[in-house]
Design a binder for this molecule. Sequence first.
Ligand code: NAP
Ligand code: GCO
Length: 264
Amino acid sequence: MNHPFSLEGKTALITGASYGIGFAIAAGFAKAGATIVFNDIQPELVNQGIAAYKELGIHAAGYVCDVTHEEQVNELVAKIEKEIGTIDILVNNAGIIKRIPMVEMSAAEFRQVIDVDLNAPFIVSKAVIPGMIKKGHGKIINICSMMSELGRETVSAYAAAKGGLKMLTRNIASEYGEYNIQCNGLGPGYIATPQTAPLREKQADGSRHPFDSFIIAKTPAARWGTAEDLTGPAIFLASEASNFVNGHILYVDGGILAYIGKQP
Ligand code: NAP
Ligand code: GCO
């Protein structure tokens, strides 16, 4: 019998996983025995990702696909099912953020964030669920955020999307739990990836970015998370060990959501 955290024999699709959080989760899944499939929008990034996985001894299948385009997604899932097999684990990781004060943000910019961060998880989940139902099991992990719970200046579209993604997670859990499909969210805190690089940029005098200092003071762990901090919790939600966990958002945030923050 496999270890409850084993992903042996499972095929995992992680969206937007050429680098960053998606890459770290996929690499962790591979170590737990999963076959890795990922996508990115840009062909050169797909190739870069394949090479990066290879460097870790992981033979990952990479495809070019824009997750906001339903036709491309349906073709991708059909191709994976034909070439590799049914998708057992889906991680809706691909995401963008636009940090613009709401009254300065155009409706088009707002819609673009909602499209990638909320509509795309709907599109990709809808494409993979029929295969999971046929197979009699499935795991869907939506990469949520602290902004699924909290707001902050300039991230109105992102918070709206991630708040919606929390409820989409709960709804998929409600609607498909009877088919032995578990849908849960992973809510990273502040993680050091390209997406948050602008918030950590050193100042001209070499001092920390004010936001960097703010996050350190707000996080009990007194550090930014790394993408690798997410692999263990992601493996748990992808494995048999979480077969009775459904509709849950697992925050991996160093305790920031529990903490009022260190007195300045
Ligand atoms: P990242 O470094 O910006 O990587 C995002 C990935 O998504 C990139 O590979 C990007 O590809 C891909 N992507 C964007 N739009 C796409 C589309 N339409 N179709 C396919 N792929 C697309 O972000 P990250 O920090 O790793 O974050 C990954 C996820 O975690 C996101 O959902 C983010 O909201 C969430 N998250 C991040 C943090 C954090 O602190 N970093 C915290 C909480 C949640 P391209 O490079 O080609 O655009
Ligand atoms: C921001 C950050 C956050 C993180 C993450 C926190 O601008 O506040 O980008 O949104 O990315 O989502 O959980």
